[in-house]
Write a new protein. Structure first.
Length: 154
C-alpha cells in the first residue's frame, strides 16, 4: 500500500485552471513553467487545477455547449475551486491538430495557427466568464528541438 502526505488538507480553492494537451512530451515542463515565478520566466501560479485534453484550445473551440467535457474542465475549477485565472496552453507538433507536418515545416505558420486557435478559445471563455483573466501560451520547440520555450500570446 502506498501512502503520501496530502498537501492540501482543508484547502478547497485554487488560483487557476491550466488547460493543456495530454502530450507526454510537454506536461512536466508545462507544470514547471506555470509554477516558476516571473523572474524565471514562468507564471508564478502555485496552486492550480490541471486538466489535459488532446489539443487543449481545440477542445474548447469545438465544444458545442457548456455541458461539453472541455467546458467542464473550465467550469468546475472556476465554480467549485474559485479559480480566478484561466490558462490555455497549446504546443508545437500537436498530434490533435495533425502535427507539424501539416504545416510543411513552416514553423511561423504553425505558431500563427495556434495563436489564432488560442485567441478563439479565449473569446469563447470570456463570453462565459467575462471577469476572469485568460492567459494564452504557446509551447514552442527551440534550439534544434533541445528546449521548450513557453511564449505568452497577447
Ligand atoms: Zn498536443
Amino acid at each position: 500500500m502506498a501512502k503520501y502526505p496530502f498537501s492540501y488538507k482543508n484547502i478547497h480553492h485554487c488560483e487557476a485552471v491550466v488547460l493543456s494537451c495530454i502530450d507526454f512530451r510537454f506536461w512536466k515542463e508545462t507544470v514547471k513553467f506555470v509554477k516558476s515565478s516571473p523572474p524565471a520566466g514562468g507564471l508564478g501560479i502555485k496552486i492550480f487545477d490541471f486538466p489535459s485534453l488532446p489539443g487543449a484550445a481545440k477542445t474548447i473551440n469545438e465544444s458545442a455547449d457548456d455541458k461539453s467535457l472541455a467546458m467542464q474542465c473550465i467550469s468546475v475549477p472556476v465554480n467549485l475551486h474559485h479559480a480566478q485565472k484561466i490558462v490555455i496552453i497549446n504546443h508545437q507538433d500537436c498530434g490533435a491538430y495533425g502535427g507539424s507536418e501539416k504545416f510543411n515545416g513552416d514553423i511561423e505558420a504553425e505558431q500563427q495557427f495556434h495563436e489564432t486557435e488560442l485567441k478563439k478559445a479565449k473569446a469563447k471563455i470570456l463570453a462565459k466568464y467575462p471577469d476572469k483573466e485568460v492567459i494564452l501560451v504557446y509551447a514552442k520547440l527551440v534550439d534544434n528541438g533541445d528546449n521548450i520555450e513557453f511564449i505568452t500570446v497577447s
